[in-house]
Each structure stands twice: as C-alpha cells, then as structure tokens.
Design a protein. Structure first.
Lengths: 140, 142
C-alpha cells in the first residue's frame, strides 16, 4: 500500500458517483472560474499531508492521510440545501461502500462535513476524509 | 426554478414595459435613448430607462454575474389645482410597486431592487422630475 495508489483509487471511486461530473486532484487551490457549468458538481481533492505512525502489536508502519475534498456545485434553485444534502449522502455512501479503496488502503472514513457556503448559483462545502494504510516497506 | 439568465436589452425593455403599458395613464416611455427635441406636454407623465453602470463577475467559465444599475428618470406635470408632489409621489410609488411585484422582470433577472430615489425638489415646477436607481442582478454566459 502506498500514498499514490490510495489517492488514485480515491479519485477513481469518487468519479463513479452518478451525481458528480468531475474529480480533480490538485496541489494548489484550483481556479474554479476555469471550469464550465457542465463540469459541475466538481470534487477538488487537495493533496494531503501524511502522518506516519506505528501499531505496537505488529510494529508495522502505518500512515494517515487527511484529505480535504472540496465539493463545488451549481444550483439555480432558491435554496441549495437539497443539492447539498444529496451530494453529501452520495459521497458518504460511496466512501462507505468502498471502505478500503479497492484494497489500496486499510480504511477510509468521513470525519467531517462542513456547512454549505457560497452564493447563487455557485456553492461549495468541504468533506474531510481520513485514509489509513500500511506502508509497503514494512510489509516485507 | 429561478434562473435570471436574461440580457441587458430585454431587462431594460421589461422595465420600460412595467411603466408603460404597466401603469395606467403614462403617456411615454423609452429606454437607452435621449430626445434632443425635448419633452412636450404630450409625453407627460413619462419616463426614460437608461443604464448607468454594469459590473461583470466571472462565476465559472461560462456563467457571468452581472450587476446592472438602471436609472429611471420620470417626470409628470401638475395641472391647475393639482398638487405636484402628490402626482409625482403617486407616479414614483407606482413604479416602485411594479418592480417589487415582479423583481425577476418576467424571469429575466435574479433580482431587481430599488436602491435610491431623488427628485428635483420643486426646481422645475410645475414639472416634477424624479430619478429612481434600480440594481438588477442577472446571469449570462459572456
């Protein structure tokens, strides 16, 4: 297991959510004005920090990734709540159904969902994910 | 659904239509124009709808938020025995009510709000002039 595969799998899994049109991995905050309306809802996967740790029972090295995903969506309705709620549910369900990210991680959890922000028609919210995986080096 | 994806011309045209034929008794309205021949009695009460300023903000690649400031210059005339201020206030109030009743301007705008009102303070008696500033927000692709 390694960071590269886990993040690639996360992007791939999020891309299969029916409601989501685009998933982008980025090292710096993206310029949202460079995306057309047809690209939304859009998930921005910001490159996470990595926290190493170890488990005493096996002394296997593990790593945690805290991935901030920013979800952008456009709604022309008067209230964004319905779209917000359905996107949160769809993402939570997808993560829950792919807990080990196609065997690239030991686990992936949703640990925080922020409230929706923005103004008509563009809104966004954050979903914070925690990924845990065993480092390949210690598997040997 | 409340889109507010109009165009500047249709928005101004709709504001003009709210005044005439929207308000009974109004004899003249036009938009984006000035008349060098002057305004005669046959055009009273009447109004011009002209743009003052427009700010465009890119929301995403193909959605632009437009904040348009419109100036409605309206005028009326007091005949003998009539109160100019009553006539002018009634006219201004009728325009404001029309905009408040249809802030989407027939589904062309996201919002339309009256932000300022000024008058000539009686300097042109028996003609009374008022300026109504309306802020309109609408969305477009460019």
């Amino acid at each position: 297991m390694n960071r590269r595969d886990a993040l690639a799998a996360l992007q791939s899994i999020l891309s299969t959510i029916a409601e989501v049109k685009t998933v982008v991995r980025s090292y710096v905050p993206i310029d949202i004005t460079s995306y057309a309306e047809a690209a939304f809802p859009l998930i921005e996967l910001q490159e996470p920090d990595e926290t190493p740790d170890s488990e005493m029972t096996s002394m296997r090295q593990i790593a945690f990734l805290e991935v901030a995903t920013k979800v952008w969506f456009i709604t022309w309705g008067e209230n964004p709540t319905a779209t917000y709620e359905s996107l949160v549910k769809a993402i939570r369900n997808k993560i829950g159904a792919n807990f080990n990210l196609n065997n690239t991680a030991t686990g992936c959890w949703v640990i925080n969902v922020t409230k929706v922000e923005g103004e008509m028609p563009l809104f966004h919210f954050d979903i914070l994910l925690r990924l845990k995986y065993y480092l390949a080096l210690q598997d040997a | 659904m409340y889109y507010g994806k109009g165009t500047k011309v249709t928005i101004m045209s709709n504001v003009a239509a709210l005044i005439k034929p929207g308000i009974a008794g109004v004899n003249f309205v036009d938009f984006q124009r000035d008349y060098d021949t002057g305004i005669g009695p046959e055009k009273m009460p009447g109004a011009f709808v002209n743009d003052i300023d427009e700010v465009k903000t890119l929301v995403v690649k193909d959605i632009v938020k437009n904040t348009l400031q419109l100036g409605i210059v309206c005028w009326t005339r007091a005949e003998e025995g009539e109160s100019l201020w009553t006539k002018l206030n009634t006219f201004v109030q009728a325009i404001i009510t029309k905009i408040r009743t249809d802030p989407s301007l027939s589904n062309q705008a996201y919002s339309a709000v009256v932000t300022r009102i000024g008058t000539d303070s009686g300097s042109r008696y028996p003609v009374g002039i008022a300026v109504i500033i309306v802020q309109v927000v609408y969305f477009s692709t460019v």
